[in-house]
Ligand binder design. Sequence first.
Ligand SMILES: NC(=O)c1ccc[n+]([C@@H]2O[C@H](COP(=O)([O-])OP(=O)(O)OC[C@H]3O[C@@H](n4cnc5c(N)ncnc54)[C@H](OP(=O)(O)O)[C@@H]3O)[C@@H](O)[C@H]2O)c1
Length: 264
Amino acid sequence: MKIGFIGCGNMGSAMIGGILKKRIFQKEEIIVSNLTEEGSRRSREKLGVMTTLDNCEVVRRAKLVILAVKPQYYEEVLNEVKGELTEKHMIVGIAPGKTLAWLEEKCGTPLKAVRFMPNTPALVGEGMTGVCFNERVTDEEITQIREITDSFGRTEIVPERLMDAVGAVSGCSPAFVFMLVEAMADAAVALGMSRKQAYSFGAQAVLGSAKMVLETGLHPGELKDMVTSPAGTTIEGVRTLEKAGFRSAMFEALLAAAEKGKKL
Ligand SMILES: NC(=O)c1ccc[n+]([C@@H]2O[C@H](COP(=O)([O-])OP(=O)(O)OC[C@H]3O[C@@H](n4cnc5c(N)ncnc54)[C@H](OP(=O)(O)O)[C@@H]3O)[C@@H](O)[C@H]2O)c1
């Protein structure tokens, strides 16, 4: 067994989906635990991986263990498995606010600790994951970790102090973008377009714009300027957004999200 997941809901399945698709590990090399038999059946049917209801079995069988339960269950789960953890284990936390020091302390044994901060676009293979780790993790292991997180999107290694920023700019921001697409679609509907087409236009505009930022390497302001012809329609929209405090609203939303992340 190469990798184990304690908890395999939305995020666990998204990560395993990417790992299988990119053939980082085979189904037979992955073990997951769930709380319920129903959860286990879902993981077997959807992913074809080995399942158990015993979290300790995951830790006994896999040296790389990802904690993919909700944050409020982290402590309970670590208390349950800590007797099985050894210094050969690498434990990966994916919950906001659960620091490397917290993980190390709750594991009760000096081991390799890693944090992933993935986001929901991982569900469609376009996730963005911030990763940090403690000093026990080797360069070779970092390469392996990157392979895993790259399998469901992109990866950036960051110092732990930036994990709240990562949570805000990539963990939470999909919600803000969904609000943006919804609002754009509402306007298109008001202008007579069908809902279905409105979501298609709005979402594809976001996808294409994001690709332009990532693939051209140009400054977002420069890309904006390329769309805004003199005395044209777009600059009128830009003026309206500035008047409504669009940039400031986004700025404050991310700072508020990061602030909340620090308190979790
Ligand atoms: N969703 C996101 O956008 C996102 C982004 C970044 C990080 N995260 C983090 O990802 C983690 C998982 O979130 P999620 O959205 O994937 O949650 P989820 O869909 O609710 O899945 C939770 C999983 O944990 C299992 N579980 C619950 N208690 C357990 C226990 N005591 N032992 C073993 N398994 C147990 C559940 O099993 P059953 O199915 O049997 O109940 C289920 O498979 C959270 O820590 C969250 O903060 C999520």
